[in-house]
Design a protein around this ligand. Structure first.
Ligand SMILES: NC(=O)c1ccc[n+]([C@@H]2O[C@H](COP(=O)([O-])OP(=O)(O)OC[C@H]3O[C@@H](n4cnc5c(N)ncnc54)[C@H](OP(=O)(O)O)[C@@H]3O)[C@@H](O)[C@H]2O)c1
Length: 292
């Protein structure tokens, strides 16, 4: 199996980064399809993609790889659509890009001659602006060795670091990505909300946030994640935690839930770093339990 002529279905955030990366690395994208023609026209025109359409029945027979780049909840329906409205082609791969779903969702298209797989790039694409794929890791989930090797080659060609992930571990793997990126956004938003309530004019949020974020990442990388923990939980300061809880009740009770859940998690990390302070950590646990 050789991937050379690609059809992308879904002209959203990830497509706007993947399409130029594929083209610049020698792959031909002959077809772009999206639910709305206007969405497909944008990357279609930008990257001179010959065929722009809004139905899968337009997929030419010579396409040897279909990449489904639609939201996870639409992947199954698109697979059904491909199965019902395209002519089966020999030696064709059908892939999706979800982190959480595995390739079983592509079962409707897994006909003789068609192989299925999923590739997930551990990167965040939050708008249509292009995000470089180079340097990101790519989780390949594929039960066919020939297609698996071809996808490893594709990922290496894009400058990403491929690795295999098994079907049954994909969802858990994706939870890791949620911790790495989405919860980080949640924490930044919480911090910014508090910053705004303080009415500080002398510095901006990012002036205040950048140095501590950078130092936290550096310490975690250099000393190990557990050893990099500091703050009131690590010091065992239950009085400070109690004051924090009271000030959050006044500002925004919704943030309190997040504060308490994360503090409970930090207690477990702190116990690993300083097991001798277990009594202090149990006190913090009591304060949190009483408040929640
Ligand atoms: N965004 C990320 O950070 C990220 C990271 C890694 C993996 N992924 C994966 O990449 C995939 C796409 O995510 P995304 O963030 O790029 O989504 P998105 O920005 O919402 O774009 C999805 C695109 O698919 C089109 N679409 C939706 N339903 C369709 C259908 N039934 N038929 C044809 N086209 C349809 C949309 O339609 P219109 O034509 O209406 O515009 C839109 O252009 C998902 O599986 C996601 O898990 C995303």
């Amino acid at each position: 199996m050789k991937i050379s002529n690609i059809c992308i279905i879904g002209a959203g955030k990830i497509a706007h980064s993947l399409i130029p990366a594929l083209i610049e690395n020698g792959y031909t994208i002959s077809t772009i399809i999206s639910r709305r023609l206007a969405s497909a026209q944008k990357p279609g025109a930008l990257y001179n993609i010959p065929l722009i359409a809004d139905t899968v029945s337009s997929i030419p027979e010579h396409v040897d790889c279909i990449i489904i780049a639609v939201p996870d909840q639409q992947i199954g329906a698109v697979a059904e659509d491909i199965a019902n409205n395209t002519t089966p082609a020999p030696n064709r791969a059908v892939l999706h890009l979800s982190g959480s779903l595995n390739s079983a969702i592509l079962a409707p298209v897994a006909r003789p001659g068609t192989l299925t797989a999923s590739i997930h790039f551990m990167q965040t694409f939050s708008s249509l602006n292009r995000v470089p794929l180079t340097g990101s890791c790519a989780a390949i989930e594929c039960t066919d060795d020939t297609l698996g090797s071809e996808l490893v080659q594709l990922c290496l060609t894009l400058g990403t670091q491929p690795f295999q992930i098994s079907r049954d571990l994909k969802t858990l793997y994706h939870v890791m990505g949620v911790f790495l990126s989405n919860f980080l956004i949640g924490n930044l938003q919480a911090a910014e909300t508090i910053f705004q309530s303080l009415q500080i004019d002398a510095v901006t949020f990012w002036q205040l946030a950048n140095p501590i974020i950078q130092a936290t990442l550096e310490h975690a990388r250099e000393s190990g994640i557990t050893r990099a923990l500091s703050g009131p939980v690590e010091r065992g300061s239950s009085g400070v935690i109690s004051d924090h809880v009271n000030s959050l009740i006044q500002l925004q009770p919704a943030l309190l839930q997040s504060y308490m859940a994360q503090s409970k998690h930090l207690i477990e990390i702190a116990k690993q770093k300083a097991p001798e302070k277990e009594d202090l950590y149990n006190e913090i646990h009591k304060v949190l339990h009483k408040s929640g």
